[in-house]
Design a protein around this ligand. Structure first.
Ligand code: FAD
Length: 325
């Protein structure tokens, strides 16, 4: 059954995040002959519309307004709903990112829609979308479908397949002039303080080098950063390392940190507590470096290196330098 699928483009620091392309590819599968539209919200974002047709959007809605420069739920809700009303969407997809997680329930409430959060896959069954989402901190998966009305889903980055080739759609740009009232601007963001220093976004990284309490100090992260630089990887951490003050909490991976699904996860000096595994056990390949052969991390690792991380990590860096030179 044909459906109109609206995708909120996920923009960070003036760039489209990869999850946008993953959502557009999914939208084309779900649409089944219906229309697919992308929505760009922000200030100075119009230029990002180029290429969204090839990524699978028949229409690209653009709401470019100073009021949308920084994310606020009320202003973004208004702009997103105007695009939805114009398009007549049956399904709305948002990234399971800071913005998407906040905005999806606000929009779902306004539309009396059924929301499914943090989806990692889906199947089409007789016109219904059956979503797969993790439960019990990633220990199991459940299948969920919305049986009636509008469907809203947030999509975990790095899980749905990215399109292999362009869709060659028109990507017709439709600018919407939204007038914001005082009631739409009840939240004012005064300042955004960035805490991460690495260039690579953890939730979208293809490779992550992660450090635990075994790094022993803030300086102990330096060999991990050097390895990450060579691999083009992001640097993450366990809560043990964050609690010890070795790094910022923005780097924490796990149940109460970020959930990541890179192609390669290198855990250095991390014991493998269940709360840490909740955030990384779906990584495609896991390498663990730990001096304790009994460390639980080895139970989920595809490759295990029993040794001192301060010897092993620099050796890996040197070897990768030779291979990747
Ligand atoms: P440790 O358990 O102390 O392990 C350090 C490891 O380093 C050991 O295995 C040791 O053998 C190894 N090591 C030491 N020196 C070296 C060396 N030189 N070379 C190689 N290996 C070495 N944790 C998270 O990570 N993320 C979360 O989101 C999270 N959420 C939590 C939520 C709740 C409600 C609770 C109760 C806990 C949560 N935790 C979380 C904490 C979790 O239970 C663990 O305490 C934490 O993950 C341990 O961190 P760690 O592995 O770095 O430290």
């Amino acid at each position: 059954m044909a459906k109109n699928v609206l995708v909120l483009a996920d923009v960070r620091n003036g760039k489209l995040r990869n999850v946008t392309f993953e959502m557009l590819a999914a939208a084309n599968q779900i649409a089944d002959g219906g229309q697919v539209a992308a929505v760009l919200l922000g200030s100075g974002v119009e230029g990002l519309a180029e290429g969204l047709g090839d990524a699978g959007a028949d229409t690209v809605y653009v709401v470019d307004a100073p009021e949308l420069e920084k994310y606020t739920p009320s202003a973004y809700r208004k702009a997103f709903l105007e695009a939805h009303n114009d398009f007549g969407s049956d399904v709305l997809l948002l990234a399971h990112s800071a913005v998407g997680k906040d905005l999806a329930p606000v929009v779902a409430m306004r539309l009396s829609a059924g929301q499914v959060s943090d989806i990692v896959g889906f199947d089409m069954e007789g016109g219904d979308i059956v979503f797969t989402r993790p439960i019990y901190a990633g220990k199991a998966f459940t299948k969920v479908k919305v049986t009636d009305g509008i469907v809203i889903a947030t999509v975990r980055p790095n899980n749905l397949p990215a399109p292999e080739s362009g869709f060659g759609k028109s990507g017709t740009v439709k600018k919407l002039a939204v007038s914001f009232e005082q009631a739409d601007l009840t939240t004012v963001v005064k300042e955004i303080i960035k805490k991460t220093t690495t260039g690579v976004d953890l939730t979208e990284a293809k490779i992550i080098v992660s450090g635990g309490r075994g790094v022993k100090s803030a300086d102990g992260f330096q060999p991990l950063r050097e390895l990450a630089d060579v691999l083009g990887a992001a640097v993450g951490a366990s809560r043990g390392a964050c609690d010890a003050g070795y790094c910022d909490y923005s780097m924490q991976i796990g149940q109460t940190g970020k959930v990541v699904t890179p192609d390669l996860y290198i855990a250095c000096g991390i014991s493998g507590a269940i709360q840490h595994l909740a955030g990384m056990s779906n990584s495609k390949v896991i390498v663990a470096i730990n001096k304790d052969p009994e460390a639980p991390i080895f139970q989920v690792a595809d490759y295990g290196i029993v040794g001192d991380l301060f010897e092993v990590v620099p050796m890996l860096t040197e070897e990768f330098k030779k291979v990747l030179a």
